[in-house]
Design a protein around this ligand. Sequence first.
Ligand code: HEM
Length: 444
Amino acid sequence: MTSLSLRLPSGPRGKLRNTWRVLKSPRHFFQDCVAKYGDPFTMNAINGKVVVTGRPELIEQIFRADPDTFSVFASEGLKPILGAGSLLMMEGPDHRAERKRVAPPLHGDRMRVYGETMKRIAEQAIRKREDGQPFTGLQLGTEISLDVILQTVFGADSEDLLQEFRVCTRAALDRSWPVLFFSPKMQFGFAGLSPMDRLRNAQQQLRGALKRELDRRGSTIADREDILSILARPTEDEPHLDFEHLADSVGTLLFAGHETTAVSVAWALYHLHRNPGWLDQLRVEIDASDGSPLTYSKMPLLMGVVQETLRLNPIVTEVLRTLRRPFSLGDYHLPVGHSVAAAACLAHYDETVFVNPNEFDPSRFVDQTYSPSQYFPFGGGNRRCVGAAFATFELAIVLGTILRSHELELLDQGDVVSTRRNITMGPSTGVNLRVIQRRGVDRV
Ligand code: HEM
C-alpha cells in the first residue's frame, strides 16, 4: 500500500452546506463534486464522512464485499423512526433470517398470482378520473400502489380494513419529513405538537389497526400466505409474537413497497408524454397484446420504459453503508466509521455506459443489458431491494393497463424536476395530467 492510498479522496468542505445540497438535489451536487474533485470524492455531512462514487468498478467492490464489512448508515437517526425490527435497520444473521421470511411472497409464482389484482386496481383507479379533470400521476400511482400492496402482500380483504390501512399509512408517510430522517436532533417531543410527536401519533394509529387485524385473523394466520400472516406466525427461534418487531417490519414494507412504485408510475407517465414518439410506439406494442398481466411483464418496449424511467429517476439516489471494518475502495484504504455511497444518480448518467444519458430512450434496455454496478435502481449486494421483482412486474402492469384504455395529456408546461420527499426523491409537481380520451381497446 502506498502512502497515497492512506489519504481520503478530497471533497467539498462545509458539513451543513453539503447536507443541504444532498437533500436538495443529490445528482447535481454529486456531478459538481466529481467535476471538481474526481470520482470518488469525500463528502463531510451531518451524518459523518461519506466517500461517494459512481464508477462501476468501485461500486462492484461495495456490492461484492463481505456483508459484515458494513453496518447500516445513519442508524442513529433512522432507527427511532423505522424501528429496530425494520429490515432496513437489521444486520448480520437477523437481517438474513428476516429476508428469508419476507422474500418468498414477493417472488416467483406467488407474485404472478397478484397480476390480475394489480390490473383490476389500476383499471378502477384510472376509470375514476373524470374526463378533462386534472390529477397528478403521483396521486394516481399512490392510490394504485398502496392498494396493491395492501391487497396482495398483506391480504387486506375488506373495504373497511383497506380504508383504515390507507388512512393510517398515508398519515404516517405525510408526516415523515426529510429533516426527521437526517437529523436526530430534530426528533424531539413537544407536548404532542412537534413533527416527531405527530409522526409517532400516526405510527401508533397504524399499529393499532395492525393489532386489531391480527386479533381478527386469530388462528387463521397459520393457513394464510400473505406476509402479515407469515411474519406473525410463531417460529422455533421466536415462539411468541413480538408485536413491536412485527409492526416495524410491516411498517417498512408498507413504506418501502408503495411510495417508491407510486413515484415511478408518475415519472414514467411524465417521460412518455414528453416523448410522444416513444408513447406512440409503446401503444402499438400494448394494443397488439392480449392485455393480460403476464404479457405486459414480457413486452420488450414496456419493460424498457420501466427500466429507463428507473435509470433517469432512481428513487433512492445513492445507497449507503457504514464501515465496521477498514475497507479498500480503489486506491483508497478507508477507516472504520466512514461510509461509502454507491450513487445511482451518477452511474446512471455515465456517458461511457449510457449514450446521451439525459435523454429518455427506452430502446437502450431492449437489446442491451447492463451490469449490476452500472445500473442499480434497486441497490445491490446483500441489501438489494427485496421487492425489486414485484415492483417491476407491478409497474409494467399498471402502465400497460392505463395506456391501453386511456389517453392522457401532460399539463405541466416546463421541466418537472426531482425533489426530496423523505429518504426518496420524487417529481416536483407530482406530474399534472388529465384524461382526454377513453380508448377503443378494452374501453372501460
Ligand atoms: C420502484 C420501486 C422500488 C424501488 C426503486 C426500490 C428501491 C430500493 C432500494 C434502492 C433499496 C436499498 C437497497 C440497498 O441498500 O442496496 C431498497 C430496499 C428495500 N426495499 Fe425497495 N424499492 C422498490 C419497491 C419495493 C417494494 C415493492 C417492496 C416491498 C414490497 C420493497 C421493499 C424493500 C425493503 C424491505 C428493502 C430493505 C432491504 C434490506 O435492507 O435488506 N421495495 N429498495
